[in-house]
Write a protein that binds this ligand. Structure first.
Ligand code: FES
Length: 281
């Protein structure tokens, strides 16, 4: 499985949540994920920590990947914060195996909070920074300044880290994976507050989406079996091909230039700027 992939876990409390696969600990018969308890979360991690039992069978989705390492032989800078080390660690292993020049900076609270701490300790090209030490020994800006100008940058971590990176690395080749929507993601209600029609090309069925509804909500209310997980435009589970019409993208999965190439949309958050939208559903 390609590094950067994630799988959706269907939890016992009815939530569906995407988690990055730790490919270094996985096999064709086993997917390993790491789940951090988050007091401000929406209940997925809390259920896994408090209610999931050893041996309990959960449904999972097929792996999907919106955070793959691009082919090439140039240098790579990996940046991870907290639980964001999960996909980044797998990238490190793969890039090292491929003989690419790779540098990793990992920020976490303390040695006790460092996931893969033993494997990363003293490793060539790897620096682990502890925020519990007070002033961080290395700042994001320092890591960027020290990296080759042509390095491809991959970053996974908390929102404030990704936001800081966006402002520091404008114009550079940056790939990020978010746990929550980007603050710059256009709000779904930024679209004209008009109802519009969604047509399912495969079934020829039509639905009206009201200004405060999402396409996903309407399809689920109609009893359609559609793929989704985060419901926030972050992980891309609900990506659908657009066959006709003009979508207004409100997700954090793709940059605007990528959307222009892909002709897809995330139906959990994005809307239509045209009165009619035809989807490959
Ligand atoms: S359900 Fe996650 S992006 Fe839409």
């Amino acid at each position: 499985m390609a590094v950067g992939a994630h799988v959706d876990l269907h939890l016992g409390n009815g939530c569906v949540r995407p988690y990055s696969v730790i490919t270094a600990l996985s096999s064709p018969k086993r997917y390993a994920v790491a789940v951090q308890r988050d007091a401000a979360g929406r209940g997925g991690a809390a259920w896994l920590h408090d209610s999931a039992r050893v041996g309990q069978v959960l449904q999972i989705g097929a792996p999907r990947n919106h955070f793959a390492v691009a082919a090439g032989d140039g240098p790579v800078l990996l940046l991870a914060g907290g639980i964001g080390i999960t996909p980044i660690y797998s990238m490190l292993e793969e890039l090292e195996r491929a003989g690419r020049a790779v540098r990793l900076h990992y920020w976490c609270r303390s040695p006790e909070h460092a996931l893969f701490g033993a494997a990363l300790q003293g490793r060539t090209g790897v620096s682990v920074h502890y925020s519990a030490d007070g002033e961080r020994a290395c700042r994001l800006a320092d890591a960027l300044a020290a990296a080759p100008a042509d390095a491809a940058i991959y970053c996974c971590g908390p929102a404030r880290m990704l936001d800081e990176l966006a402002s520091l690395a404008a114009g550079r080749a940056v790939h990020v994976e978010r746990f929550a929507p980007a603050p710059t993601a256009p709000a779904a209600d930024a679209a004209p507050p008009d109802a519009y029609t969604v047509e399912r090309a495969r079934s020829q069925k039509r639905f009206t989406v009201q200004p405060r509804q999402t396409i996903l909500e309407v399809l689920l209310a109609e009893g359609m079996d559609v793929l989704y997980s985060c419901g926030q435009g972050v992980r891309g589970a609900c990506e659908v091909r657009v066959l006709d019409g003009v979508p207004v993208h409100a997700d954090s999965v793709y940059a605007p230039a990528d959307h222009a190439r892909r002709w897809t949309m995330m139906i959990c958050c994005s809307r239509s700027a045209s009165p009619r939208l035809v989807l490959d559903l």
